[in-house]
Design a protein around this ligand. Sequence first.
Ligand code: FAD
Length: 397
Amino acid sequence: MAEARPVLIAGGGLGGLAAALALGRNGFAVRVLEQAEKFAPIGYGIQLGPNVFAMFDRLGVTDAVMREATIPKSVLMLDALFGEEVTHIPTGPSFRARFTHPYIIIHREDIHRVLIDACAAVPAIVMEGGASVVDFAEDTVGVRVALADGRTVDGAALIGADGLRSAVRAKLVTEGEPRPIGYVAHRTIVPMETLPTHVGYREEVVLWGGPGFHIVHYPLRHGSLFNVVAVFRTATFADRLDPAAYTAEVRNTYRDAHPVMKTLTDMMDLGRRWIIADREPIRHWGRGRVTLLGDAAHPVLQSFAQGACMAIEDGVVLGDLVANADGDFARAFAQYQKVRLLRTARLALESRAVWDFYHAEGIARDVRNDTCARWRDEDLFRCLSWLYDGIEVGKLS
Ligand SMILES: Cc1cc2nc3c(=O)[nH]c(=O)nc-3n(C[C@H](O)[C@H](O)[C@H](O)COP(=O)(O)OP(=O)(O)OC[C@H]3O[C@@H](n4cnc5c(N)ncnc54)[C@H](O)[C@@H]3O)c2cc1C
């Protein structure tokens, strides 16, 4: 028998919406509490690996996602100083043959819209904006959530899907702020027709890796937009500077980089920056009828472009385990944590190693480039199989 009281989800990001859809499709009443007035993502691009497609299949959204997605020809890594290729992962037919599903690039607004529409089509799911969760109390029969505007909301259980600076996590785990690594990111989208010709249109994800900095760029919305993310190490990561100071800092950081990277940084909107941070993996994500998912549970560096994929995997696994637990949320959440812990912790730890690989300097850079020159496609596929082969869903109990 499905529980009549709603499962409360703090946060309507990709993880929260995936969990809402998984639970709603399994017959549970769900109430998503989102702090923003409108459910709207940060409007930049996102890469999604093949492992997320079994989740989309379970959520019934694969076709809708693929209508908005682009499949790049490869993920190409270039040396940011001289522009030579370091390595590339082919993401065309051989990748599809190995991993069954595609590697895609998609606008966050589009994938978010797909999940919102799918949730809206399930009457048992309520999505509520302007609902900032600040506290909760739980007992053996339910949870009561406190919102910033003074309201309280009762539910059968609480899932904290409220991101890197999760308010739900802050009540569960005694720890400090997320671990900054001294890097920041700036993001920009421009119309493709404004792209200078010497940068050139490529239907690829391109990552330029340099000492203490990298840039990732790729096309979006079937080649009509160009998405750029510039990431670099800076001592001022925690300071709020004005755009002129950001511009001076970016120019200085990329002064020795390949000319194309200078063109790319000149195109950047430097009005807003994101501090890059993760957390040490932890064993316990919850207590009784309360748990965490996505960045709230296991934030990672962006090296594998997999944070959102993990959040979506979490949501689907939770949906299955709760459905199989006969109303015993505490048991379902304990199983969920057990099933998800090592995969997400591995991603967190390997992401740190790959971060260093992207930013190698001096002899380390020479060793990296020389080593990568010997890699064959099947070597790369084997290294990525633990991640891209994905997880089994539908058989969890
Ligand atoms: C520069 C950059 C590039 C990235 N690229 C990729 C990529 O290519 N592929 C990939 O898979 N991942 C990528 N990621 C990681 C990815 O963005 C995150 O892992 C993912 O968004 C996590 O999803 P989430 O739902 O857990 O959290 P979030 O997306 O952070 O969503 C949390 C939601 O909770 C809401 N919220 C916060 N606090 C409260 C509160 N107290 N009450 C109610 N609501 C609240 C927020 O408004 C938000 O809507 C990237 C990250 C960065 C910084």
